[in-house]
Design a protein around this ligand. Structure first.
Ligand code: OSB
Ligand code: MG
Length: 368
């Protein structure tokens, strides 16, 4: 397989409601949609999921575009690839920029699956076609609004609720949720908002039986998370800190976490994500699939990886309608009884609404 042409659509998509975390607010998402074509005309889709501001990781939508246009796509164009795994190897000569790498690598995997007339989830070795889903709820202005949101999501069938916490917005919030909703599956994500100086607060969270606490400490830390895990009962889950298989090995060696929120984009693509998955299964680390407020193309890839056997906990892969007025794929992602049923069509399965891409696009760039 050989890529002959790649088009990058830069979309601006307004969120139904702003998503607030300890590090910032997303009102409008810049979505990069990658359309890649091979020599026989097969089309594959990928998505660049970085935000406009580098508060989650160092990447932004602009750096993604730069890396894709100036380095990553030229490396792949007109080069014979026997297997999508080769993309991961080729990209090792470029440092980090994982979200940019994952965007084009995802399109190559989609082409590969389509050429083999297989759904993407089967092409990567996935087994489950019913995916358990939870939902991540951003910080709300008051508890009443938060309760209404939780109530609505539970009624929609979501299997677990994740809330965002930060210093000053933690014990009280989690305690109030427990009081109001009892023993629902509940977890908290801090997006790196704490340090070990906050140990007493993090210890107090043990009283609330959370499924886990996600990324409490620095975005690039493994050592202090290991120290924290020794001091608290709540399982530590890492998100930002795991960017590669090498990070994962260090985390296991140090005892930095019991759970990982795996995102394809954060680790540089499906090939790397699969390696991390296999390593976690072998080392008894629980996995679930996170989200990046991505549009339908990115979500389709997230759902495919969620079908691997090591994904044992509900993901953040909520329905299209949780985020968008109109998603860019057809059908939209829907949740029934807390599950998403994977499509059996080849590749990512969903049809990309190209007419909508043109409507949402602020820039279209073709590279050949
Ligand atoms: O930390 O998992 C995170 C959203 C944006 C950036 C980081 C995170 C999140 C979420 C929501 O928690 C994920 C989603 O619903 O797509
Ligand atoms: Mg997180």
């Amino acid at each position: 397989m050989k890529l002959t042409e790649v088009t990058i659509y830069t979309l601006k998509m307004r969120m139904k409601s702003p998503f607030v975390t300890s590090f910032g607010t997303v009102r409008e998402k810049t979505v990069l949609v990658i359309k890649a074509k091979d020599e026989s005309g097969v089309i594959g889709w990928g998505e660049g999921v970085a935000f406009d501001v580098p508060w989650y990781t160092e990447e932004t939508a602009k750096t993604t575009l730069h890396m894709l246009e100036d380095y990553l796509i030229p490396m792949l164009l007109h080069r014979e690839l026997a297997h999508p795994n080769e993309v991961n190897t080729l990209f090792q000569s470029i440092r980090r920029n994982n979200m940019a790498k994952a965007a084009i690598e995802g399109a190559v995997w989609d082409i590969y699956a389509k050429r083999n007339h297989q759904p993407l989830y089967q092409a990567i070795g996935g087994v489950n076609n019913q995916i358990d889903v939870g939902v991540s709820i951003g910080i709300q202005s008051n508890n009443e609004t938060l309760f209404e949101m939780i109530e609505k999501r539970l009624a929609q069938g979501y299997k677990r609720i994740k809330v965002k916490i930060k210093p000053g917005h933690d014990i009280d919030v989690v305690g109030a949720i427990r009081e109001r909703f009892g023993q629902i599956l509940l977890m908290a994500d801090a997006n790196s908002a704490y340090t070990l100086a906050d140990l007493s607060v993090l210890k107090q969270l043990d009283a609330f039986d959370l499924m886990m606490i996600e990324q409490p400490l620095a975005y690039d830390d493994l050592v202090e998370h290991a120290e924290l895990q020794k001091a608290i009962k709540t399982p530590v889950c890492l998100d930002e800190s795991i960017t590669s298989l090498a990070d994962m090995k260090r985390a296991v060696t140090l005892g930095s976490c019991q759970v990982v929120n795996l995102k394809i984009a954060r680790v540089g693509g499906l090939t790397e994500a699969k390696k991390i998955h296999d390593y976690c299964v072998a080392h008894h680390i629980q996995l679930w699939c996170g989200g990046m407020l991505e549009a339908g193309v990115g979500r389709a890839h997230a759902l495919a990886i969620s079908s691997l056997p090591g994904f044992t906990m509900p993901g953040d892969t909520a329905a299209s309608s949780n985020y968008w007025y109109e998603d860019i794929i057809e059908p939209e992602v829907t949740v029934e009884n807390g599950q998403i049923t994977l499509l059996e069509q080849e590749g990512i399965g969903y049809r990309v609404k190209e007419e909508l891409l043109k409507e949402y696009a602020v820039n279209v760039k073709k590279i050949d």
